[in-house]
Ligand binder design. Structure first.
Ligand code: GLU
Length: 485
């Protein structure tokens, strides 16, 4: 191998939101590069102008940035998206196509779309073993003036022999050349096709390893022959396994979100997502699940990418995310939640928590949430002007309005006399109050819970009361009492 440096590229097409499969490829690329102190490059493959979607590259950028997949070359270096945007490199492809035309490894094809459609129909009806272009224009003699007619350029595939590849994931692959037709390398609009542009770019960018989804396997013979025709050394190839749903069907919307940024919005942590994606088709030792980024960088080995389909298991992702949350300090979680709520403001808060409150909230929630979006619903009562509940929710089992009123009065009295309003002191006082009132502690605490949170289930009551603060708690108890006539 003559590549002096490991250089890998992630080559998104700006045709939509980056999905999990795209970003898993980028992540494996990034790990290979960082493991070998090599370079990770992002190249925009926008040669299919008709499918281009405005803003799609910004979404790619945002996804890479969210996961910390920083790139060394590509996006944003100059021009709108940098020098590695294929539509800005058309001269390079024209030059490459001319080289193939001049050496008679490619030819111009003037066939109309009607002719191609008829040809296909006949081939399908006659159950021809090959369906594709019949080489009609390969022997055409072309005069200068013909060049004003629309044409495409086709690559002259050898019609015998094999195209072979040692794939890093699938091992030895061979394809019978006679089964591939003369494919288009330049379209009539002057744009190259994916096949030509990716080979030319991978060569000019000194790409040492190409990682791409296994849906590209059928392109292998075309690419092998293009490299051969140019006389260029091939990079190593790794065709990554498809990500499937647990029922082994193609991952789609009905299994949950497929776009990476949706997961950000749902409150998954980038480090958990990073860890999770790294295991979709790869493993450290077949069993370790929680792996830090540093360990991944140090131990990632593309030779251990698995060829079996990877299963996207949302339960596992939830478990992993919950674990990453539980392993954080309160301060860290408070910072994450603050940033998360900044970007995706909860609609059930009437005011913004301050930083002391945030830390208290983080400690209350740490054991109770798996994803950040679950937090606001559990804690909203702390930041609401008004607590809503029905009288019958306030009155606990085997209690009546009179005894409920009594609880509210006694609790208020006890809480206002306390020296320190800490959660442990509140717990002690309220438990002994229930004793002295000769009532079940559950009924007393249930009443206080509904009065102060409007919820039957809330984060731990005593800690919540501490976060709310004595004045607010007394206010809420008074309000609750006023509901009882
Ligand atoms: N633009 C192609 C895609 O988005 C890239 C395939 C490749 O990595 O070669 O799938």
């Amino acid at each position: 191998m003559t590549f002096s440096k490991i250089r890998v590229r992630y080559a998104p097409s700006p045709t939509g939101e980056p999905h999990l499969g795209n970003i898993r490829t980028a992540l494996f690329d990034w790990l290979i590069a960082r493991n070998a102190s090599g370079e990770f490059i992002v190249r925009v493959e926008d040669t299919d102008q008709a499918r281009k979607i405005e803003g799609a590259i910004d979404l790619q950028k945002a996804s890479l940035e969210w996961l910390g997949l920083d790139w060394d070359e590509g996006l944003g270096k100059s021009g709108e998206y940098g020098p590695y945007t294929q539509s800005e490199r058309l001269g390079l492809y024209t030059e490459a196509v001319d080289q193939l035309l001049n050496t008679e490894k490619a030819y111009r094809c003037f066939c109309s779309s009607e002719r191609l459609a008829d040809l296909r129909k006949v081939q399908l009806e006659s159950k021809s073993p090959t369906v594709g272009y019949d080489g009609h224009c390969s022997t055409l003699k072309i005069a200068e003036e013909d060049l004003s007619d629309p044409f495409v350029v086709r690559f002259l595939m050898p019609n015998n022999g094999l195209s072979e590849l040692e794939d890093m994931v699938r091992g030895h692959l061979e394809f019978d050349n006679s089964l591939s037709d003369d494919f288009v390398i330049m379209k009539s609009d002057g744009y190259p096709t994916y096949h030509l542009a990716s080979v030319v770019d991978d060569h000019h960018m000194n790409i040492s390893h190409v990682l791409r989804g296994e849906e590209w396997l059928s392109s292998v013979p075309r690419h092998v022959q293009l490299y051969e025709a140019f006389g260029w050394e091939m990079p190593r190839f790794a065709h990554l396994p498809t990500i499937l749903a647990p029922d082994k069907s193609k991952l789609s919307k009905r299994h949950g979100a497929t776009s990476v940024l949706e997961y950000k919005k749902m409150g998954y942590l980038p480090e958990a997502m990073f860890n999770f994606l790294s295991l979709l088709g790869w493993s450290l030792d077949g069993e370790t699940e929680i792996i830090s980024k540093e360990t991944l960088i140090n131990s990632f080995d593309a030779n251990r990418i698995n060829s079996a389909s990877a299963i996207f298991d949302i339960e596992k992702l939830n478990w992993m995310n919950g674990l990453y949350i539980r392993n954080m300090s309160d301060l860290e979680l408070a910072t994450r939640l603050t940033n998360y709520w900044e970007e995706f403001p909860p609609d059930d808060f009437d005011r913004k928590p301050n930083s002391d409150e945030m830390q208290a909230v983080a400690s209350l929630l740490k054991e109770r949430i798996k994803i950040l979006s679950e937090a606001s619903g559990l804690i909203a009562f702390v930041f609401k002007e008004e607590i809503q509940f029905e009288l019958q929710e306030l009155v606990q089992k085997r209690m009546d309005e009179e005894s409920t009123k009594k609880i509210l009065e006694e609790v208020s009295g006890t809480l206002s006399k306390m020296d320190s309003f800490s959660s442990s002191a509140i717990e002690l006082e309220l438990r002994s109050l229930a004793d002295s009132m000769e009532m079940k502690v559950g009924a007393l605490l249930g009443t206080v819970r509904v009065a102060t949170s409007g919820q039957k289930v809330s984060p731990p009551l005593f800690e919540s009361l501490e976060v709310l603060g004595r004045d607010r708690v007394l206010d809420l108890l008074r309000l609750a009492k006023s509901k009882i006539s």
